[in-house]
Write a protein that binds this ligand. Structure first.
Ligand SMILES: Cc1cc2nc3c(=O)[nH]c(=O)nc-3n(C[C@H](O)[C@H](O)[C@H](O)COP(=O)(O)OP(=O)(O)OC[C@H]3O[C@@H](n4cnc5c(N)ncnc54)[C@H](O)[C@@H]3O)c2cc1C
Length: 637
């Protein structure tokens, strides 16, 4: 099948403008005739629902949590990128575009990334108008800080709570539309199937998580903004409810899944400390503006950090990458931390940690300045570890954090299933094989505030959409499928907890498909995942009933999907015969142990088509054409 990305023709900088002009419009009165389902209320979903409601469409907005404000986006700490160049330090739309393409190891679409950089500046204006309390310089201009993979300061922030503040802005706009009757909110609902009629996405089936009822909702188009699947690793920095279920069920209904093996391991998280831990905590990348990463030069050196003299410390990132230093991109920083620990130079009780040290910055700027920038992060660190980072270096280690893989979408953000749009972390994104810090919030809000309002209009105006109701047999079939599956889960009556299966799955993926991958491990993990899945359906214990509030059942459904999806993830990793960004196959590395791409054979997005439960999925390719940047070996030296 030919994957048509529908990239507009013309010069890169004019594509989006031209496309917006060429897209068909829905006139204001006709907008009232359309119903749109938006699943998700994070930065992507919340901004989309608010914008579409404001335009005059009728929107139904769904989320798992009891309030849209509890979407995982609220956890975002460090900031959001934009090419405003307030610092006068050389930034531009072109530089943001280039940094993002290079940061993603040349595995993203040029046209999408350029549009993202263009739109970034509008996002900041929009959010300032909403009243987002971004940090400001003394003179009143918005302040910026640096994030990995960039040599300019372009990250706008609200202390370490940027996601929360941005989400409150989107939520305010959303609630305005709820009050105006344009948006209807459906909290505590979990999407369990997409309904396809005549090849078009025309509705969803959800489970009411409070009553257990299965509900059907029809629409003219469906927009999925259900976040990422990093929790497939069990331990991750994501919210506990983050899942793959929504996108995976859509995959089974015809939406291709792209690059599932592009997962991001973030270098600065609080290290794992116990077998029964269920969550990991991020220490924002912004900390690497001032924190210096180091390990003892001598393997096995167990002295406390303040007893290790300067001459015996290895500031390995500054040494190896003098141009970017501690602010190399995440994939590079993570692999280097792992390499140091593998050499026996890791610190802390487990030896799986490196130091992030603020002593120099505190000496230079004073404790007050550091506290002003990162106070809440330091407080969080101290609460979790009982160690004061103003006095003792933080200990950090890489952890699963974000996914660049997701449902394949074209330039209009439409998946291969007509009428199904996918946005935010749920789509296969503009970040290629590695996302740069502070770019996810930018992408989610670009999609929701500035892209979907145009492209969905083009779709609705140009598509024949016969009237459908939830009485249609496709809804009946979907309800039957969902009910049977839910019933099957509560009837397994096994002995092993769902969490235990999830934990084992996480171990398998972390071991064989984590920061470093090899063919033997990938093949082995596939078999292990298949066996685990088999055991799950025979031996999981899911207490309670399906007709009630039942969090065990919710988790079981998500873990069942993770188990199926994990196989696709390792298969994708195996088939990509190169290393790029977060996907590092040990067989493909440079002499300096950096990821080695194969541009001749793998300069494409891989998009998987579901072919049935007992049939291998088919791998399709969307070639990535670079007309404006030169493909080079990525270097941060
Ligand atoms: C700790 C942390 C810090 C971060 N900091 C930054 C940062 O500083 N800058 C940056 O750019 N990025 C950051 N990120 C990444 C960024 O926060 C996310 O990529 C982004 O917020 C995702 O937004 P989203 O709208 O796509 O999805 P989410 O915010 O995850 O929202 C998903 C929505 O979908 C709903 N949903 C999910 N599944 C279902 C289902 N099956 N049925 C119904 N509803 C469903 C949820 O209820 C929720 O409303 C951070 C991530 C983490 C984990």
């Amino acid at each position: 099948m030919h994957l048509d990305a529908k990239i507009p023709s013309g010069p890169l900088s004019e594509k989006w403008d031209r496309h917006r002009f060429e897209l068909k419009l829905v006139n204001p009165a006709n907008k009232r005739k359309f119903n749109i389902i938006v699943v998700g209320t994070g930065l992507a979903g919340g901004s989309a629902a608010a914008s579409l409601g404001e335009l005059g469409y009728y929107v139904k907005n769904f989320c798992i949590q009891d309030s849209p404000r509890r979407a995982h986006s609220i956890a975002a700490q460090g900031g959001i990128n934009a090419a405003k160049n307030y610092q006068n330090d050389g930034d531009s739309i072109w530089r943001l575009f280039y940094d993002t393409i290079k940061g993603g190891d040349f595995r993203a679409r040029e046209a999408n990334v350029y549009r993202l950089a263009q739109v970034s500046n509008h996002i900041i204006d929009h959010c300032v108008a909403q009243g987002i309390p971004f940090a400001r310089e003394y003179g009143g201009l918005l302040a910026n800080r640096s994030f990995g993979g960039a040599q300019v300061s372009r990250t706008f922030y609200a202390r370490g709570q940027t996601g929360q503040q941005l989400l409150l802005g989107a939520y305010s706009s959303l609630m305005r539309q709820v009050a105006a009757g344009q948006v209807s909110m459906f909290p505590r609902r979990e999407i369990l199937d997409i309904v396809v009629i005549n090849g078009q996405a025309r509705g969803i089936v959800v489970r009411n998580l409070v009553t257990g009822d299965i509900e059907s909702h029809e629409a003219d188009a469906v927009v999925l903004c259900t976040g990422g699947y990093a929790n497939v690793f069990y331990l991750s920095t994501n919210a506990m409810a983050s899942n793959v279920s929504a996108t995976f069920r859509a995959y089974k209904k015809g939406a291709f899944f792209a690059n599932p093996c592009y997962t991001q391991i973030h270098p600065t998280c609080i290290p794992v400390h116990g077998t029964y831990q269920s969550k990991l905590t991020l220490m924002s990348e912004s900390l690497r503006n001032d924190g210096r990463v180091w390990v003892p030069k001598t393997p096995g050196d167990k002295r406390p950090p303040n007893q290790i003299p300067e001459s015996e410390r290895d500031y390995y990132l500054e040494e190896k990458y003098p141009s970017f230093g501690n602010l190399v991109p995440r994939d590079v920083a993570s692999r280097n931390a792992k390499a140091q620990c593998d050499m026996g130079k890791g610190v802390g009780e487990t030896g799986f940690a490196v130091y992030l040290d603020f002593a120099d910055a505190i000496g230079r700027d004073g404790k007050g300045v550091i506290e002003q920038k990162y106070g809440n992060l330091f407080q969080m660190y101290e609460k979790i570890t009982a160690s004061n980072p103003y006095e003792t270096p933080m200990m950090i280690y890489p952890a699963s954090h974000y996914v660049m893989g997701g449902l394949w979408v074209d330039y209009n953000l439409m998946s291969t299933l007509e009428g199904l749009f996918v946005m935010g972390e749920a789509n296969f994104s503009d970040h290629g094989a590695n996302r740069l810090g502070a770019s996810a919030l930018m992408q989610g809000l670009a999609d929701g505030y500035f892209i979907i309002p145009y492209t969905i209009g083009g779709y609705l105006a140009g598509t024949h959409l016969p009237e459908v109701t939830t009485d249609h047999p496709a809804f009946t079939d979907a309800v039957r499928y969902v009910t049977e599956r839910t019933q099957k889960l509560v009837s397994i009556n096994g002995k092993r907890t769902v969490d235990d299966f999830h934990r084992e799955l996480g171990h398998i993926l972390w071991e064989y498909c984590g920061m470093s991958r090899n063919d033997e491990g990938l093949l082995k993990s596939r078999t292990m995942i298949q066996e685990l899945k088999e055991e799950f359906w025979n031996n999981a214990v899911v207490p309670g009933s399906s007709q009630d509030f039942n969090q065990s059942l919710e988790r079981a459904g998500r873990v069942a999907d993770f188990l199926e999806f994990a196989e696709l993830l390792v298969m994708d990793a195996f088939k990509r015969r190169e290393s790029c960004g977060g996907h590092f196959n040990e067989a493909f590395q440079t002499e300096e142990h950096e990821a080695l791409r194969d541009d001749e054979n793998f300069c494409h997005a891989a998009a998987w088509e579901f072919k049935g439960d007992d049939t291998e999925p088919e791998r399709h390719q969307e070639p990535l054409v670079f007309e404006n940047v030169e493909l080079t070996q990525r270097s941060y030296k």
